[in-house]
Design a protein around this ligand. Structure first.
Ligand code: SAH
Length: 260
C-alpha cells in the first residue's frame, strides 16, 4: 500500500529515482555527521540518504507517511520525528549537533523552511532543497537582476547558494503546475555579520519594499541624517547592491550620528 497524496499537505511524490538520487548526492558530507530530511513522504529520497555514511533523521507531519516509513525502513524508525518542521525547536532535538537539511518539501512552506534554516544557521552548515523554480532562482540570484531580492540577500549573507538543476512537473505524482529547482546552500566560513543582524534584516526589507526607488527615499523611515543622505550609495536602487554592499550600508546607517 502506498500513501494517497493529500493536497492540504502539499504532497507531490517524486517518482523519478535518478532525480531522488541526485538530490541525495548533493550532500557534500563536509562538516556534519547528521542530516535531517524534511517531508520524506514514502522515502524516495530517504533510501539514497540512508546509503551514506551519516546519521539520517526525518521529520514528517503526515501519520500515513510515518506509518509507511516505519514499516518499510525499520532501521530509520527511531529517528522518525512525527511533527511539523516549522513548529519544532531544533535545539531540543539536536542540541549542539551540526546538521545538514535536505528535502523535497511542500512549496507553500518552502520559504518559511528557508527562513527557519537561516535563523538556526549556527547548527545548519548545509541545506539542499527543492523549491518552485522561480523561488529557487530568486534565492540564488546575484545583484543586478530583477529577481534579486530579500530572499537572495538574506540567504546569501550567510550561505553560498548554488542552483543545481531544474525538475519538470512530469516526475511527480500528482504533477504540480510549475517547474521545480533544486538548490544547495553551504554556510559561509564567517557567517556572523559585523552589524546588528535584526537591523540588517530591517534595512534589506525596507529597501526592497520599494524596489524601484532610490535608497534615499525608500529608507526615509530610518531617519537618516542629511549628511549621510549625501553619500552616493543612497542614489542607488536596492537591486544594484551586493550582499556586502548591504552590510556596509547597514554599518553606515548604524554609525550615522556618531561625530555629528
Ligand atoms: N519527499 C517526498 C514527499 C514530497 S511531498 C517525495 O519527494 O516523494 C511533501 C512531504 O512533506 C509530504 O510527505 C508531506 O506530508 C510533508 N509535509 C508537509 N508539511 C510538513 C511539515 N510542516 N513538516 C514536515 N513535513 C511536512
Amino acid at each position: 500500500m502506498s500513501v494517497r497524496a493529500k493536497k492540504h499537505l502539499g504532497q507531490h511524490f517524486l517518482k523519478d529515482e535518478s532525480i531522488a538520487e541526485n538530490i541525495a548526492n548533493s550532500l557534500t558530507l563536509n562538516g556534519y555527521s547528521h542530516v535531517l530530511e524534511i517531508g520524506p513522504g514514502m522515502g524516495v529520497l530517504t533510501k539514497y540518504i540512508l546509503q551514506k555514511d551519516i546519521t539520517t533523521h526525518v521529520i514528517e507531519i503526515d501519520r500515513e507517511s510515518v506509518e509507511y516509513l516505519q514499516t518499510h525502513y525499520l532501521n530509520l524508525a527511531p529517528r522518525i520525528i512525527e511533527k511539523d518542521f516549522l513548529k519544532i525547536d531544533l535545539n531540543e532535538y539536536f542540541r549542539d549537533k551540526q546538521l545538514a537539511i535536505i528535502g523535497n518539501f511542500p512549496y507553500n512552506i518552502s520559504t518559511q523552511i528557508l527562513f527557519k534554516t537561516i535563523e538556526n544557521r549556527t547548527m545548519i552548515p548545509e541545506f539542499s532543497g527543492m523549491f518552485q523554480k522561480e523561488v529557487a532562482q530568486r534565492i540564488a540570484e546575484k545583484e543586478g537582476s530583477k529577481t534579486y531580492g530579500i530572499l537572495s540577500v538574506l540567504t546569501q549573507a550567510f550561505y553560498e547558494v548554488e542552483y543545481l538543476f531544474t525538475v519538470p512537473p512530469s516526475v511527480f505524482n500528482p504533477p504540480p503546475k510549475v517547474d521545480s529547482g533544486v538548490i544547495r546552500m553551504i554556510r559561509k566560513e564567517n557567517y556572523t555579520l559585523p552589524v546588528n543582524e535584526k537591523f540588517f534584516f530591517q534595512v534589506v526589507k525596507t529597501a526592497f519594499n520599494q524596489r524601484r526607488k532610490m535608497l534615499r527615499s525608500s529608507l526615509k523611515s530610518l531617519n537618516l541624517s542629511d549628511k549621510l543622505r549625501e553619500d552616493t550609495i543612497f542614489t542607488m536602487r536596492p537591486e544594484q547592491l551586493s550582499v556586502d554592499a548591504f552590510i556596509k550600508l547597514t554599518a553606515k546607517i548604524e554609525n550615522d550620528g556618531i561625530g555629528n
